[in-house]
Ligand binder design. Structure first.
Ligand code: SAM
Length: 293
């Protein structure tokens, strides 16, 4: 290649794009990082070491991948756009610890990959992805039995906020609870739109989700708890009792719901948005006990 050193500058990124006459595809949410400091900080905060196998989702032209290869034992990068594959082979030609897969990550068997590449030990995931697939990917990784150490991911600033907050914030919701049940969220960097090419319409943040070794609350039936959470926030203006009674997902006698809420907080008009993760766990355990009596 004609560029020198790392890709994370506007000039080097443009050199690659011009060399390959690469056309950005909106449907793949392609906004490439052009700020070397941001790239370095993400890789540093992800805590990648020579012991680690790293899965990178959506490598683009390989800007972050280069640094990951320098810091990790082995990297697999999954990129959906076939037009980026020859570019990646070029920009990553100096590394012998990279595997490039031309796949939609939602169709990749990540559990098998972790088994094959890391002997089933927890893997680190690093990603700067289109925002519309962020939540399915994060939830898919946590809910499946993929061994995960951490996920360090660029998200829309508002989404990073939603993942971190608790009751009392308008941003508190099902995503906050799901993320906090599985992991400790920590925003590590705010990233202005000017750090990308092309420039997106929103500001971003990098959040690191470090998987809990043991869940912070004890839950008898996770599916039931998440169904209760979803029902509560689907109709967040309603009382918790009404939201659960109207849910299309949970079909429970009204008396069971009423008596579980009574046992939880003696307040029949409480709203779901006021409950902590611990309270959602308690409530779902109380419902579980009543169903299985
Ligand atoms: N990581 C690069 C960077 O920071 O410069 C590129 C980031 S860009 C926001 C998102 C990348 O994810 C693009 O390269 C896009 O083609 C890729 N992508 C989008 N959907 C994907 C999917 N379902 N599976 C794998 N890669 C995907």
């Amino acid at each position: 290649m004609e560029f020198n050193g790392h890709l994370g500058t506007p000039a080097n990124t443009l050199a690659v794009i011009n060399k390959y006459q690469f056309a950005f595809q909106k449907k793949f949410g392609q906004n490439f990082l052009i700020d070397a400091n941001v790239v370095e900080k993400i890789v540093r905060e992800a805590g990648v070491t020579k012991e680690d196998f790293v899965l990178e989702i959506g490598p683009g032209i390989g800007t972050m991948t280069q640094l990951l290869c320098e810091n990790a034992r082995e990297v697999t990068a999954v990129e959906i756009d076939k037009n980026l594959i020859p570019i990646l082979r070029d920009t990553l030609s100096g590394y012998d610890n990279i595997t490039i897969l031309n796949e939609d990550v939602l169709k990749v068997d990540i559990k098998s990959l972790a088994e094959e590449k890391n002997g089933g030990r927890p893997i680190k995931v690093v990603a700067n992805l289109p925002y519309y697939i962020t939540t399915p990917i994060i939830m898919g990784l946590f809910e499946s039995s993929v061994p995960i150490d951490s996920i360090t991911i660029m998200v829309q600033k508002e989404v990073a906020c939603r993942m971190q907050v608790g009751p009392g914030s308008k941003d508190y919701g099902a995503l906050s609870l799901a993320v906090q049940y599985y992991a400790k969220p920590q925003v590590i960097l705010n990233v202005p739109a000017s750090c990308f090419l092309p420039k997106p319409n929103v500001d971003s943040a990098v959040i690191k989700l470090t998987r809990h070794e043991t869940a912070p609350v004890s839950v008898k039936d996770e599916r039931l708890m998440f169904a209760v959470i979803r029902a509560s926030f689907n109709q967040r203006r309603k009382t918790l009792a009404n939201a659960l009674n109207n849910s299309g997902e949970i079909h429970l006698p009204k008396e069971i719901i009423a008596s579980a809420i009574e046992e939880l907080c003696q307040n029949p008009s409480v709203r779901g948005e006021a409950l902590t993760l611990q309270q959602f766990a308690d409530l779902s355990n109380m419902i579980y006990d009543r169903i299985n009596r």
